[in-house]
Design a protein around this ligand. Structure first.
Ligand SMILES: Nc1ncnc2c1ncn2[C@@H]1O[C@H](COP(=O)(O)OP(=O)(O)OP(=O)(O)O)[C@@H](O)[C@H]1O
Length: 644
């Protein structure tokens, strides 16, 4: 993806007006898709760090997207040392950092994300920012405020409220793009959240709030992709009355859908011609799906056809780059000077486009030793506690991305293929005052999807997904069958590979040192992976027996306890029944990336690794298929589908 952030455009007068606001102004910027909101924010930051008044204070940037944070940090890092006072983090990372600094004796990593955000809000109210942070921020910047709802909204409100005397802010958003359904599950609460943060700003800051608008669109380079833009103002002005809003949203959704269906059809992913068209395109392409079930099917088809691609991760999924484990394992020193750090990196493979200088700045954020050194024990802790800076854990850019529309928010691509959207039927009342879907959210979702393209928009045939269903209890997709109890496969999640046990643990036969070397140098993203049952004896009544992760026929890791528990729950017909047969093999998986892991140092030593308890492990993705041996009678596989 080309970065909207690293470019240096001539700003429009509207954009310049945002950049030029005083540092202590309270600024709300509203604009449609592709109007350059994020770009203008970055330019505002450039201007803010130059202000003499802010010489010693910090500018805090909060965002949903780790990719945005990484690019911001990269851009800012190239500038003067003054730019180092800008702290760009996702909401979740900032909340976790505040809690860890303010209350280091508590293990915050075990709390669910939302609970951590709530705890951070309470901590702000109790004065934790003043005590634990590097002083009160002089300016707070927030991107995509239309999605700031629920616990995250309350946290930002608490922050702006507490420091309203001495802190300016710049917040940008577009209510036509608010697609935050995943953050608030109750549809009624969701409707109440729309525009709530904006209303709070207006009520709290009154005439002090500077409201600015950006009118142009810079993303869409062709008439075809511009045509969806006119629906932005209509979505921004949905009636407040719920009944009227439903009717208007249904009309907009119908019109957007009709417009999309006038776009050329890209064809079916099964066609060799279509596969070649995806492989050979020189620019960036996104395939946008309605949900993760669809994304899993599309990604599986592409993998079968050998089309390289990546699946867009959720903002919360973090993966430590493999060079961190390499660095920690390459020295027994407890601290490093920058020269030595750079020298050690010379032997390691670094992410494309990164420089040792930028990596040094990033790791020092979490492992700053005295007198300018890097504290390796602190780096180890940050790796173990998943506290590495966002810019280090963002996945690398890929030229073909499969994503849900939710996860494509804020991104842009030369070409966008949208899986044909469904027809909205009359919203169905499923419980008192509750509907099975929200027409306004559906319309906004389609608008977001259709405004991601720079040059071309296509419709993609809907892949057959009747077998792919979601297990709500486990929050996992699975491969079903004709009968409701059939289970023929399971979605693999980012943390399904054990981080507790190193390669060579369990009864894996291979030399762990050789395995690690193979993982670091010989396993590329997209490589096929399988799970092989190690033995048939469950370790605990609520867990499956262990599975080895095999890549290129070698056992490179074992699955996590969470995977074994979920597999057991998925294969049990009911809470009291036992699983008689475990699938001997689970195929159809791929390596998303190889990542750094900090696990149990004693387990590493037992496995023959002398590396401070850090190693590399594959991160897997895909929808696994259960493979049964001939003659084996699975208790809950739909044999027709399951034996495929
Ligand atoms: N003044 C400008 N001149 C030319 N191109 C610009 C200008 N401002 C922004 N752009 C480009 O327009 C595109 C969209 O910018 P950006 O991603 O910041 O928009 P956005 O408003 O945040 O979009 P969205 O809300 O749809 O995610 C980017 O490619 C960016 O580089």
């Amino acid at each position: 993806m080309t970065s909207p952030i690293l470019e240096n455009h001539v700003l429009t007068a509207e954009q310049q007006a945002v950049v030029d606001q005083p540092w202590d102004a309270r600024v709300l910027v509203t604009a449609g898709a592709g109007a350059g909101k994020t770009h203008t924010l970055v330019r505002r930051l450039d201007a803010l760090v130059e202000r003499e008044e802010l010489e010693t204070s910090e500018i805090l940037v909060l965002s949903f997207s780790r990719a945005a944070v990484r690019e911001l940090t990269e851009r800012i890092g190239r500038r003067s040392s003054a730019a180092q006072r800008v702290r760009a983090q996702t909401f979740d990372a900032w909340a976790a950092g505040l809690l860890n600094r303010a209350y280091p004796e508590t293990d915050w990593s075990t709390l669910p994300f939302d609970r951590r955000i709530e705890a951070a809000t309470e901590a702000i109210d109790r004065g934790a920012v003043e005590v634990a942070e590097h002083g009160v921020p002089a300016h707070v910047v927030v991107d995509e405020v239309q999605d700031l709802v629920g616990a995250r909204r309350e946290m930002v409100e608490a922050l702006l409220d507490r420091f309203q005397e001495n802190c300016g802010f710049t917040v940008v958003g577009d209510s036509a793009q608010s697609v935050y359904g995943f953050q608030v599950s109750d549809p009624d609460l969701r409707a109440e959240e729309t525009d709530r943060f904006r209303d709070w700003l207006r009520a709290s800051f009154g005439e002090d709030l500077v409201e600015l608008f950006l009118g142009e669109n810079f993303r869409a380079r062709t008439e075809d992709v511009r045509s969806a833009l006119r629906f932005g103002p209509q979505l921004q002005r949905l009636p407040r009355d719920p009944g009227a809003a439903v009717a208007e949203a249904e009309r907009i959704h119908g019109d957007l859908r009709a417009l999309l269906l006038t776009a050329p059809n890209f064809g079916s992913l099964d066609s060799e011609f279509v596969q070649a068209a995806l492989n050979d395109y020189p620019g960036t392409t996104a395939i946008l799906c309605r949900d993760n079930g669809q994304a899993l099917m599309v990604s599986g088809r592409l993998a079968d056809a050998g089309v390289p691609h990546s699946v867009q991760r959720s903002a919360q999924e973090r993966s430590a780059p493999v060079w961190i484990a390499g660095l920690l394992a390459s020295t027994s020193a407890s601290t490093l000077q920058q020269d030595r750090f750079t020298e050690l990196l010379g032997d390691l493979e670094l992410p494309p486009g990164s420089s040792p200088e930028a990596l040094w700045r990033s790791v020092r954020k979490v492992a700053r030793g005295a007198r300018g050194v890097l504290d390796l024990a602190a780096l180890h802790r940050a790796l173990a506690e998943q506290r590495l800076p966002d810019e280090l854990t963002a996945p690398p850019a890929s030229s073909l991305v499969v994503s849900t529309v939710h996860r494509a928010k804020g991104l842009e691509f030369d070409r966008v293929l949208i899986v044909e959207p469904r027809v909205l039927k009359e919203p169905r009342r499923v419980a008192k005052k509750k509907y099975d879907y929200d027409p306004a959210a559906e319309a906004r979702l389609l608008y977001v999807a259709m405004t991601r393209a720079r040059d071309d928009l296509y419709v993609l045939d809907t892949p057959s997904t009747w077998q792919v269903r979601k297990d709500g209890r486990l929050d996992r997709w699975y491969l079903g069958g004709r009968s409701s109890w059939a289970r023929n496969g399971i979605e693999i999640l980012g943390d399904d590979v054990s981080h507790a046990l190193p390669p060579g643990a369990e009864d894996l036969q291979e030399d762990p040192v050789g395995l690690l070397e193979h993982l670091r140098t010989g396993v590329a993203p997209g490589t096929r992976a399988e799970l092989a049952l190690l033995h048939g004896i469950p370790v605990a009544p609520d867990q499956s027996p262990p599975y080895a992760v095999t890549v290129d026929g070698r056992h490179v890791a074992v699955v996590s306890q969470r995977f074994r528990t979920d597999l057991c729950r998925m294969l049990r017909r009911n809470a009291h029944s036992e699983v008689e047969n475990w699938p001997p093999l689970i195929t159809g998986l791929r390596v998303d990336c190889v990542e750094s892991v900090a696990g149990d140092a004693a387990a590493a030593e037992r496995a023959g690794l002398d590396n401070r308890g850090v190693w590399s492990a594959p991160r897997l993705c895909g929808l696994g298929r259960f493979q049964w041996y001939d003659g084996q009678a699975p208790t809950n596989a739909d044999t027709e589908e399951g034996s495929a």
